[in-house]
Design a protein around this ligand. Structure first.
Ligand SMILES: [Zn+2]
Length: 481
């Protein structure tokens, strides 16, 4: 819950970043203990209300009411979990219950009250209950237990005084903390900041994650590295599952040790794949916001395709759409734009790639990347045409953009993605690691990026035509997106 602020205080937003923990095995055990105790608190609340429901008693669903019940239960019920941590789980339950009630009240019958037990539930600690000094974090624990000292793997990207909460989470096998801070919205000298009158259209896609068009130019952010990452991940997981199927246990049987190890490794690889895609989407959104700031664009009109994606499009297309992560593309763009003082308006993107922006006539769906109108002979890039059409649909007054001959800037997302090999190119090679420990003289090369004979980076060197041959459905996406 955000704290009270003075009415004339500068505008702030809350932002959270996930930072992995570097733990000893004892710390790791204690962290998982806290998460399991969180799961116990969650399960206890569910059971408590289930019993009350069966007895015809009123449910206890408010945060204050649940806290009173927790106080009655007394200390020491939930292992090392402090009362602050336990109360944060009560808050999570109360919030989930209230939002379900609100949605059901509004007629949404799909909204469910919290009812599923979970093994691990994150606990949250608000400012004043934990201490954060550089990379050293101390979490409170139950009375009688030593406080939990933890080390972060990187610096917190916020001013220390603005950090409002930390949440202990398990991300697959990885322990992390989500650090939430109050981030001030960027402030500009008069005449230098984004101008709300200046708008641009943004088309979301798989080939180009973002295509932006304004009256003076266009920006295309390539999603090629993400597609390569998805393709390699798919090939790798298929090969692994082929190798492991004969070890699969039959129904009701406990799997062999090798099988369980395979399953655990699969989870790790899947989580890594998702992290890599997520990071690349953040980079892409950053490129769009930087471009908008440079051009003083104050309104981004974004075509929202999510309404069109509900239908079942077949195994391959469904997979491509879920790997695309359009929800995250929209949310990370909105978050970054908000901090920069840029407004984001979502509009329906239906038909934006099959309408001519110049003569407004219908155009047969283009096969490749180039759009050409049979009526007025407009030739332009398909995604920029989409962005131009979206810009014209802004509820705050659309603008007319002629997409022919716009100066186009190209950016890539996912500079960290490995491309040809599965190894993260940012990872320090063994030799360099030894150097950094002083075993060899230091060499000023922070990242070992694979290079060819001419010193060109191989990190993203995937032949686009070859990729096109292998995954036609991903490249020549059918449907309206
Ligand atoms: Zn036309």
């Amino acid at each position: 819950m955000p704290r009270q602020r003075a009415a004339d205080a500068p505008r702030i937003v809350h932002r959270t970043s996930r930072i992995a923990l570097r733990t000893t095995s004892a710390q790791r055990r204690r962290c998982f203990g806290l998460l399991r105790s969180g799961g116990d608190v969650w399960a206890t609340v569910l059971d408590f209300n289930e019993i009350r429901r069966r007895n015809g008693a009123t449910l206890v669903v408010t945060y204050q009411g649940l806290c009173r019940e927790l106080a009655v239960a007394g200390a020491g019920c939930f292992g090392e979990l402090s009362s602050v941590g336990a109360r944060s789980i009560l808050r999570r339950y109360a919030d989930a219950w209230m939002s379900a009630a609100k949605r059901r009240g509004a007629g949404d019958t799909r909204a469910r009250y919290p009812r599923r037990k979970k093994a691990l539930v994150p606990s949250r600690y608000y400012a004043g209950t934990f201490s954060l000094n550089g990379r050293h974090l101390t979490l409170p624990t139950a009375r009688g237990a030593a406080p939990l000292l933890l080390r972060l793997t990187r610096d917190v990207p916020y001013e220390p005084s603005t950090v409002r909460a930390v949440t202990l989470v398990a991300d697959g096998h990885r322990l992390s903390v989500d650090v939430t801070a109050e981030v001030p919205v960027d402030w500009y000298a008069v005449g230098t900041g984004p101008d709300p009158e200046q708008s641009a259209g943004v088309d979301l896609g798989i080939i180009h994650l973002y295509a932006l068009a304004d009256q003076e130019g266009a920006l295309l952010v390539s999603g090629r590295a993400l597609r390569a990452e998805s393709r390699l991940h798919l090939a790798e997981s298929k090969a692994r599952s082929r190798a492991a199927t004969r070890r699969a246990p039959s129904r009701g049987q406990r799997g062999s040790r090798r099988w369980r190890r395979y399953r655990a490794r699969t989870k790790v690889l899947e989580a890594r794949h998702q992290r890599r895609l997520k990071q690349a989407r953040h980079e892409a959104a950053r490129a769009v916001v930087d471009y908008a700031l440079e051009r003083r664009i104050g309104t981004l009109v974004v075509g929202d395709p999510r309404g069109l994606l509900r239908r079942n499009a077949g195994v391959r297309q469904n997979r491509a759409i879920s790997e695309w992560g359009v929800g995250q593309l929209i949310s990370s763009l909105t978050d970054k734009a908000e901090v920069a003082g840029i407004a984001v308006v979502l509009v329906d993107e239906r038909g934006s790639s099959s309408t001519c922006p110049r003569c407004a006539g219908p155009v047969p769906k283009p096969k490749g990347r180039s759009f050409s109108c049979p009526a007025c002979h407009l030739n332009a890039h398909r995604d920029i045409v989409g962005a131009a059409n979206i810009a014209s649909r802004s509820p705050r007054g659309g603008i007319v953009i002629d997409p022919a001959g716009l100066a186009t800037m190209h950016r890539r997302a996912g500079q960290h993605l490995p491309g040809r090999t599965r190894r993260d190119p940012r990872r320090v090679a063994m030799g360099n690691r030894a150097r950094s420990k002083g075993l060899w003289p230091a060499v000023a090369r922070p990242f070992a990026v694979p290079q060819d004979a001419d010193g060109e980076s191989l990190a993203l060197d995937i032949d686009p035509s070859a990729a096109r041959n292998r995954i036609p459905s991903l490249i020549q996406g059918e449907g309206n997106w």
